[in-house]
Ligand binder design. Structure first.
Ligand SMILES: Cc1cc2nc3c(=O)[nH]c(=O)nc-3n(C[C@H](O)[C@H](O)[C@H](O)COP(=O)(O)O)c2cc1C
Length: 264
């Protein structure tokens, strides 16, 4: 799995790429999944394509076609589908069924605070105003001014990481939907991404868990051709779907498992 930035491999993969390049023969079985973003038109998936081809040229055997993750599209859906096919091939399994395994994760809420690592100083948002509203060409463009913590510097081109938390209203909606106590508040606000659009695969999983036949058909339709317009563009989350289709019996551990972790 490899991500890329400005057409170059990410920092943590540089050594790995150099290692591959140093080997004239690579007689290995391999699979590549690339994480990119199609907004980088000229260098989209450049490094995953390069690695995939390089290993093949050096005598490697491709287990499965290169997976393509687009962070401006259904990234998680593409990864889940690719991963499932990969494991199917590895298991030499030809069954195409969408199996929901019994959830083994059980949840116990303990009293901990989010670990903010070494961060002791926080930047302060001085201005945050909309310059251009979201339209058919692209998302909202904002002007944001941040007062940096003492001893921090910033030059044009530097990266600024934002440590996010989920909005309180969304956290309360989850507590309500799963009948949880507020002790689950921290995990929901600071550890998992609640607003991520539901992936195609997750839509199918929810459909399978729906007890009401009509709701099941309606949910399943969302994973078809309408997915782009009805789900991705509108950023419909798992929670949105669960609130709309009440007969869907997803347990809280299953829900938690489906959510990506909240990242910088
Ligand atoms: C500064 C920057 C440069 C990027 N350059 C490329 C690129 O050249 N080609 C590409 O396919 N994706 C590019 N991406 C997309 C990242 O690969 C994609 O966002 C990443 O795989 C998903 O993880 P992340 O956004 O959480 O870091 C770039 C993203 C950023 C922020």
């Amino acid at each position: 799995m490899i991500a890329l930035y400005e057409g170059k491999s990410c920092e943590t993969a540089k050594q790995f790429v150099a290692y591959l390049e140093s080997k004239p023969k690579l007689e290995i079985n391999y699979a590549v999944f690339g994480a990119g973003n199609h907004d980088w038109v000229n260098t989209y998936q450049k490094i995953p394509i390069y690695i995939d081809q390089m290993i093949e040229n050096a005598g490697g055997t491709r287990i499965i076609e290169r997976g393509i993750g687009d962070s401006a599209g259904d990234f998680y859906g593409a990864f889940e589908a690719w991963k499932e096919n990969l494991f199917r091939i590895l298991r030499k399994d030809t069954n195409n069924q969408n199996v929901i395994s019994e959830e083994k994760l059980s949840i116990e809420i303990v009293n901990t605070k989010r670990n903010l690592g070494q961060i002791t100083d926080f930047g302060i948002v001085l201005q945050n105003k909309i310059l251009i509203e979201a339209n058919e060409i692209g998302p909202t463009v904002r002007h944001v001014e941040i007062k940096l913590p003492k001893r921090q510097t910033y030059r044009t081109g530097d990266y600024l990481a934002v440590l996010p938390t989920n909005p309180i209203e969304i956290v309360y909606r989850v507590l309500k939907r799963f009948h949880l106590s507020v002790s689950a508040f921290d995990i929901l606000s600071g550890y998992v991404e609640l607003a991520q659009p539901i992936s195609r695969k997750q839509v199918e999983t929810l459909a399978t868990l729906c007890k009401n036949e009509k709701e099941q058909i309606n949910i399943r339709n969302l994973s078809g051709d309408v997915y782009e317009n009805e789900i991705l563009t509108k950023r419909i989350s798992i929670l949105d779907v669960l609130e709309l289709y009440r007969s869907c019996e997803l347990s809280f551990p299953q829900y938690l498992r489906m959510l990506p972790s909240l990242r910088i």
